[in-house]
Design a protein around this ligand. Structure first.
Ligand code: UTP
Length: 276
């Protein structure tokens, strides 16, 4: 059983300034729900109940969101408006939430290592909440947990991306062992299209085994002077211990404006309007 999910949310979200000047990017709403809540719901659907956040300065809205708001809740108690908070209240009741702060913005790898104190010595999920993943049935994290149960090693979610977007991602090369499953041999962080080993890009969903922490501790800064999670996963891959999974579902890159708008339109049409 994987019970913990780690959310690295320390980034500045510069692509959304000025909206993210005093508000975390993960609190930006897709229609009426913040990105981070979609992420927590996905982890819960995969059986996880301990939510661990690596935060930074200016992120207080996240712990506040996953806490009761007595004044507001007393105010709307007994009115029809209570229904708007129902899903959020249920999440808060199901889960525990813990927080630690990344001291300096030294990259995703460093953020994951900072989360060790919250995760301990067990496999855990990682959700980058600005990648919004939506499915008709089983959530992406839930699909990945099943694969973890089978392979008992780190799992990364991948999708095919067009050539002109390859330079934005970590890209894998691996041996295809099933239709949608690869054993990873190589991973390159943000390659030029001509140097990329494939068009299979890693997106913001991982299951990691806890040996990743020791590997990260010994991983020198890589591309951009940051400690790259990709480099540490590459070390696991060299030991044959990483599976890449072409997930079933839709993924929206809400870390930039175009993806955010696309997600908003999709959720409005297919979820919000369809259910109201
Ligand atoms: P991004 O680079 O996409 O996020 O990092 P960002 O830095 O917030 O965005 P921009 O480029 O300035 O607009 C991927 C994920 O890793 C986290 C971010 O919060 C995001 O979820 N991250 C990144 C950290 O937690 N710490 C870091 O040092 C770097």
């Amino acid at each position: 059983m994987i019970s913990k999910c780690l959310y690295p949310v320390a980034g500045y979200g510069t692509r959304f300034l000025p909206a993210t000047k005093s508000m975390p990017k993960e609190m930006l709403p897709i229609v009426n729900k913040p990105l981070i809540q979609y992420g927590v719901e996905e982890a819960v659907s995969a059986g996880m109940t301990n939510m661990a956040f690596v935060t930074g300065r200016g992120k207080r809205a996240i712990p506040d969101h996953f806490d009761f708001s007595y004044e507001l809740e007393t105010e709307i108690s007994g009115s029809g408006k209570e229904a708007y908070l129902k899903e959020t209240r249920e999440l808060i009741e199901k889960c525990t939430f813990s927080y630690t702060r990344q001291r300096q913005m030294k990259g995703l790898g460093d953020a994951i290592l900072t989360g060790e104190t919250l995760v301990g010595n067990q496999p855990f999920g990682v959700i980058l909440a600005d990648d919004l993943c939506l499915t008709d049935g089983e959530s992406v994290m839930s699909q990945m947990v099943k694969l973890f149960e089978e392979f008992q090693c780190s799992i990364v979610a991948i999708q095919e991306v067009p050539t002109e977007e390859i330079h934005k991602y970590g890209v894998i090369k691996g041996e295809r062992i099933r239709d949608d499953v690869y054993r990873v041999e190589t991973m390159v962080e943000k390659p030029k299209a001509e140097d990329a080993p494939s068009n299979l890009a890693v997106i913001g969903r991982y299951i990691l085994t806890p040996d990743i922490f020791d590997i990260l501790r010994n991983t020198p800064p890589g591309k951009g002077g940051e400690i790259q999670l990709t480099d540490a996963i590459m070390t696991q891959a060299q030991q044959g211990k990483v599976i890449a999974y072409k997930f079933k579902g839709k993924r929206f890159d809400c870390g930039h404006v175009d993806g955010f708008i696309e997600a908003t339109n999709y959720v409005y049409q297919n979820i919000y309007k369809a259910n109201s």
